[in-house]
Design a protein around this ligand. Structure first.
Ligand SMILES: Nc1ncnc2c1ncn2[C@@H]1O[C@H](COP(=O)(O)OP(=O)(O)O)[C@@H](O)[C@H]1O
Ligand SMILES: [Mg+2]
Length: 378
């Protein structure tokens, strides 16, 4: 596949446009081939979904006997939605003529779904209605049975898995776990960006998924490799990248994959032949300008103490001592209690990212562009 822009900011466009992740891909493949389940955790926009697409592509290339199924459950809020998302993924991944496709369609006919078309992808979506809870549960069981009885192994990735903790139905975790633990032909990757939720789901001895899977924490891309990747794609297009400009891109975006990709994508798009500091600065300014309205809206919504806290973190870049008197007084946050509460609330809203490091924790503004905007404004 040839992409219009080598810096992909949505989905996956093939190996050529995917930087590194060789070790992680290998690890995931090893677990999938060996039959184990994996939990894949990282902050949003580091590249979990990308890694899953890439691994699936590699698996299909090297082991054509394997099938793959990707389900994003970020938009689901009930077990019913989950079953719909799973069913939709199956009909969109397995052709009608394939044995699994045929079997699944036969099964669906018996439960009379209705179909809609996704307004973005134009792909069919399935909706099922259940007259009682038991029927819902038995449908889920039957869908898993169809997958498990397939003649070849299936790698199933469930993206934004922590979403299941929000479902109102009782014991969803235990229900899913009870099916999944008996599945061997079907291997799972559970992706999630809410570290605390994912960790407690898989590492807390009282929870159903405890110790059921190997955990893989995805870090940022390697700076040297990413730098080479960026340079190569510009040079392949006859463009030149100045060293200081490349460094600036990686610093300014903190090597947070989506943000680095986005800056490169826009630089590529704007056609500048010689990528120097002024060219990069112009693109960065433009991005902040297009986002400005959203940021101002947030300012309207957030309590003033939280806004000050965010600004403080943005100005510092990264803060490890949020209750230190210098941080609190410098940004007029009030008291240590206010700081702790602001941090909790902002973390909940995913406006602040808490990093866990060997020597403690540190806080950053989650969205890198927002952080850069907060840093520059006023
Ligand atoms: N290894 C990579 N090389 C190049 N681009 C990547 C890579 N991994 C992810 N991306 C891009 O970065 C963005 C964020 O990645 P994504 O997989 O959606 O993150 P996550 O699932 O962790 O939120 C996407 O636009 C994706 O195309
Ligand atoms: Mg994702």
């Amino acid at each position: 596949m040839i992409a219009d822009n080598p810096f992909v900011i949505k989905g996956y466009a093939g190996k050529k446009y995917f930087c590194d992740r060789e070790k992680e891909t290998e690890q995931l493949l090893k677990h999938m081939l060996g039959g184990g389940d994996v939990v894949l955790i990282s902050p949003r926009r580091y590249g979990k979904s990308g890694l899953v697409y890439h691994t699936m592509a590699e698996l299909k290339r090297t082991r054509p006997d394997f099938e793959t199924l990707y389900i994003d459950i970020s938009a689901t809020s009930t077990l019913n939605n989950f079953i719909d998302a799973l069913s939709s993924a199956i009909i969109n991944s397995f052709p009608e003529k394939s044995s699994l496709g045929k079997q699944f369609i036969g099964f669906l006919k018996g439960i009379r779904p209705y179909f809609t078309l996704n307004q973005y992808s134009s792909k069919p979506e399935i909706h099922l209605e259940f007259s009682h809870e038991e029927q819902k549960r038995s449908t889920l069981r039957q869908i898993f049975e169809i997958l498990e009885s397939h003649s070849s192994p299936i790698m199933v990735a469930i993206d934004e898995f922590q979403q299941i903790t929000e479902y109102p139905e009782k014991n969803v975790e235990a229900l899913l776990r009870s099916h999944i633990q008996n599945m061997h032909n079907t291997r799972f990757v559970f992706c999630g960006s809410k570290r605390r939720m994912m960790s407690s789901m898989f590492n807390d001895a009282a929870r159903p998924f405890y110790a059921s899977s190997s955990t893989l924490y995805l870090d940022k891309l390697d700076r040297t490799l990413y730098g080479e990747f960026i340079r190569r794609h510009f040079e392949d297009n006859g463009r030149n990248v100045q060293e200081d400009a490349l460094d600036y891109i990686m610093d300014w975006t903190r090597l947070h994959t989506y943000y680095t990709q986005r800056v490169c994508n826009e630089l590529y798009f704007d056609g500048t032949r010689n990528i120097d500091m002024p060219a990069v600065l112009k693109v960065c300014r433009n991005i902040l300008e297009t986002e400005r309205f959203n940021y101002l809206l947030l300012k309207e919504i957030l309590p003033v103490q939280q806004w000050r806290f965010l600004k403080g973190v943005a100005q510092e870049g990264s803060v490890s001592q949020i209750t230190s008197s210098s941080f609190i007084s410098k940004y007029s946050i009030g008291s240590t209690t206010t700081a702790v509460r602001a941090a909790e609330s902002l973390e909940q809203k995913e406006l602040i990212l808490k990093h866990f490091e060997t020597n403690g924790v540190s806080y950053e503004v989650y969205d890198v562009f927002f952080s850069r905007w907060l840093e520059a404004e006023f």
